[in-house]
Structures are given as structure tokens and as C-alpha cells.
Design a protein around this ligand. Structure first.
Ligand code: CMP
Length: 134
């Protein structure tokens, strides 16, 4: 099924100049970029984006990190885009991510794992609305 998903290069990925290599992986897979922007996440949007983690011990750290610098927000479209993007990105913890995935290849730490991808069609719709108003 043709879907859209939300992907974001986090502040560590932007600071490390990894936007290009990350976008290339999605393009090579065959997904299509339909919207993208460099932006700064304020604490309100961070709270909305991470609402499901509100009670976690690392919530404060998560909000501090995602608001610490610019992010690069994108919408990618294509067949099973949510699942395909998640498999390119790899598991949340880079040390458990399969070799060849973005997190395995470019990140070391679970809190600075350079990229975010929606985990379901429903969260993709919410995140696309929160970040792009679409
Ligand atoms: P992501 O899946 O993009 O969104 C939630 C984030 O919480 C996740 O990436 C991790 O970066 C972060 N996270 C998950 N577990 C931990 C943890 N134990 N400590 C710090 N951050 C975490």
C-alpha cells in the first residue's frame, strides 16, 4: 500500500552533517521525498511529539536533546513507507541495530540515535500533521 511516513534527522545528525547520507538511503530504497524543512523544535512541539514517553525517566533528557539544535523534518512516500523507513533506520538502540541500518552505521547511543521514523501509519499521520500541518 502506498503510504506516507514522517522521518526526522535529529540535532546530532544535523550537527554531524549526515542529512545527505540519510536522504540518499531513502532515495536509493525507492521512496519519494514529498516535503522537507530545516526547523527548530520548541518545547511545546517536543512534548506533543514525545507524549507517549511523558512518564519515562528520560523524558526531560529527550526534550532537552530534541530542542538543542535544528532538525531536518521530512515526509517520504511509497509502498509500505512506514515499515520500509523503519527497516532502513534500524532498532532504537544503535548497539542492537542490524549492520547496514542507519543507526547501526552512524550512531552509538540510544539517546543520540540521529534519526526518527514513525512507528505506525497512525503515528505517521499525527506526526505529519504536527510538523507540516498536512
Ligand atoms: P525515537 O524512537 O525516535 O523516539 C523516542 C526516543 O527516546 C528514542 O528514539 C530514543 O532516542 C529515546 N530513548 C529510548 N530509550 C531511551 C533511554 N533509555 N534513554 C534515553 N533515551 C531513550
Amino acid at each position: 500500500m502506498v503510504e506516507r511516513t514522517f522521518v526526522m534527522v535529529k540535532p546530532d545528525g544535523v550537527a554531524r552533517n549526515l542529512i545527505g547520507v540519510i536522504m540518499t538511503r531513502f532515495e536509493r530504497k525507492g521512496l519519494k521525498l514529498t516535503n522537507a524543512k530545516m526547523m527548530h523544535i520548541d518545547r511545546e512541539l517536543a512534548g506533543l511529539h514525545y507524549v507517549e514517553h511523558k512518564e519515562k525517566a528520560f523524558f526531560g533528557e529527550l526534550v532537552d536533546f530534541i530542542t538543542s539544535g535544528p532538525v531536518f523534518a521530512m515526509i517520504w512516500e511509497g509502498q509500505d513507507a512506514v515499515k520500509n523507513a523503519r527497516s532502513l533506520i534500524g532498532r532504537t538502540n544503535p548497539s542492537e541495530a542490524a549492520p547496514g541500518t542507519i543507526r547501526a552505521d552512524y550512531a552509538l547511543d540510544v539517546s543520540s540515535n540521529i534519526v526518527h521514523g514513525s512507528d505506525s501509519i497512525e503515528s505517521a499521520q499525527i506526526e505529519i500533521r504536527n510538523f507540516f500541518g498536512e
